[in-house]
Write a protein that binds this ligand. Structure first.
Ligand code: KIV
Length: 271
């Protein structure tokens, strides 16, 4: 039986209830219709149309090059497939950082053209004005602290964040600020597990971790990484649930062999 026949649509309120009930939140990325349909029908709580699309879909080195229109293309494909999960869309680099009016118009474009449920922005106090303005239009906002890949050129590496006292203090302050501002959840990426656990206890909104240990309210992974489609990316926090790259290679090799040997198509596979 499909999960859609007996489970209600996940909303930001449902996620808040899940935190109160101590029920863990599951979140994965998706970027296209077919994958989003499988992920949603499997019963995931939240689908993130991450700007990691820039890496895994487009092959860029970082998340910086992806544009607002490209994110909207991915997001609208995902939304068409999803019946149950909450769909959150990353606001791409350059669409919200400097100017809160531009941030609002970018968020409105995502909501109108992709019919998303919420947007996600990277950063804390530096982007408070943008978050305020987006929230004032009734658009739910998910925060993202710790390793924020859109700031890679500021930090220079993708190593664990908030290991020093000053960065740690700022992260705790930013998490509380995001909560007070009205964000409905926060992603914490690649920080010490003990710090993430503390933040999840200190704020009342759900905290979803990636490389942030098991003491938070939920977990998120990039679908291409957890399915083993990507091969080169192997951080300690990544659990691979499949080796899809090997499976696809095997299938493609079999197909090539069948075409070359004239085994495909056979008599039943033609008109
Ligand atoms: O873009 C993305 O996939 C993300 C997750 C890693 C949280 O932001």
């Amino acid at each position: 039986m499909s999960v859609h026949s007996h489970i209600r649509k996940v909303t930001t309120h449902v996620l808040s209830e899940m935190k109160m009930k101590n029920e863990k939140i599951s979140m994965l990325t998706s970027y296209d219709y077919s994958m989003a349909r499988i992920v949603d029908e499997s019963g995931i709580d939240v689908i993130l149309v991450g700007d990691s699309a820039s890496n895994v879909m487009a092959g860029h080195e970082s998340t910086l090059p992806i544009t607002l229109d490209q994110m909207i293309y991915h997001a609208s494909s995902v939304v068409r497939a999803v019946k149950r999960a909450l769909v959150v869309v990353d606001m791409p680099f350059g669409t919200y950082q400097g100017n809160s009016k531009e941030a609002l118009s970018s968020a409105i474009k995502i909501m109108k053209e992709a019919s998303a449920d919420a947007v996600k922005l990277e950063g804390g106090s530096e982007i408070k004005e943008s978050i305020d303005r987006i929230l004032s239009a009734g658009i739910p906002v998910m925060g993202h602290l710790g390793l924020t890949p859109q700031s890679i050129h500021k930090f220079g590496t993708y190593t664990v964040r908030a290991t020093q006292q000053d960065e740690r203090d700022k992260l705790i302050k930013d998490a509380k600020l995001l909560e007070e501002t009205g964000c409905f959840a926060i992603v914490l990426e690649k920080i010490p597990a003990e710090l993430a656990t503390l933040v999840a206890k200190e704020v009342s909104i759900p905290v979803i971790g990636i490389g942030a240990g098991g003491g938070v309210d939920g977990q998120v992974l990039v679908i291409h990484d957890m399915l083993g489609i990507t091969q080169e990316f192997s951080p300690r926090f990544l659990r691979r649930y499949h080796n899809l790259s090997a499976e696809i290679t095997g299938a493609v090799k079999n197909y090539i062999e069948d075409v070359k040997s004239n085994d495909f198509p056979n008599e039943k596979e033609q008109y």
